[in-house]
Design a protein around this ligand. Structure first.
Ligand code: NAP
Length: 212
């Protein structure tokens, strides 16, 4: 199985490193190909750099590690390419508020997971994952001992969910399913299971079960 990470900024580069450390076969891609080449070179043998279109075509799982607005553009331009793929959405629907903070850019009662689900072609399987911790915690809490930190995920497709749960485990976290895509809002910024929401911290799998 091959996983492509599109966008190798704060989240994508950390995820790539953790999955590469776990031995996962990876493709990294970014708007700037040179950036992808440099990361692939640093991560070694199991990681290839490709242009975005080639990365999508070559992968079974595609992680869209770009901002919500950029995901919408990608899906508008390349939507049919995602048919048959497992698509992973780590996005939080926020943008800078001009005062050093962030604001939600969709209505309060909506989630980017549900909106992205509506933009995917038939046959694409969406999993909401890898967005419940900030980039710093995603790095610092990987492979935490004695109890791994949880990464929550949501999906309507059991097989796709299990595939991504395996990737979560490979990246050094405990996967916990929160439910279907309609539960995405709980694991996006401001949600009750997000580090930057009511939860406010990382949790173990036992703690997570109490919260579900
Ligand atoms: N940062 C966090 O702590 C955090 C936590 C949880 C979830 N998330 C979510 O994770 C996603 C990524 O966030 P991030 O902080 O990692 O963003 P980021 O640091 O801005 O990285 C995004 C990367 O993707 C590239 N990119 C943008 N549009 C692209 C396109 N159409 N095709 C290919 N590459 C493209 C960017 O290139 P340019 O620099 O040239 O634009 C950049 O290298 C967002 O949806 C965010 O909401 C972030």
């Amino acid at each position: 199985m091959t996983t492509a990470i599109i966008g190798i900024g704060n989240i994508g580069s950390r995820l790539a490193r953790e999955l590469a450390d776990g031995g996962e076969k990876l493709i990294v891609a970014d708007r700037t190909f040179k950036k992808a080449q440099m990361l692939a070179g640093a991560l070694g043998g199991n990681v290839d750099a490709m242009e975005v279109d080639d990365a999508i075509k070559s992968a079974d799982v595609v992680v869209l590690a770009v901002y919500f607005d950029a995901i919408k553009v990608l899906l508008a331009e390349k939507g049919p390419m995602f048919a048959g793929k497992i698509v992973v959405d780590p996005s939080n629907p926020i943008a800078p508020d001009g005062n050093g903070g962030f604001r939600k850019i969709i209505p309060e009662d909506q989630s980017s997971g549900q909106l992205i689900a509506g933009l995917l072609p038939d046959g694409a399987k969406l999993v909401k994952a890898f967005g419940t911790l900030g980039a710093q915690s995603l790095e610092a809490a990987a492979n935490r001992t004695p109890e791994r930190a949880v990464l929550f995920y949501a999906s309507d497709d059991a097989g796709a969910g299990e595939t991504v749960a395996r990737l979560i485990a490979t990246s050094g976290f405990a996967p916990v399913r929160v439910g279907g895509i309609d539960q995405s809002i709980r694991i996006e910024v401001g949600g009750d299971l997000h580090e930057f929401g009511k939860l406010g911290r990382t949790v173990s799998a036992d703690e997570a079960k109490e919260l579900l």
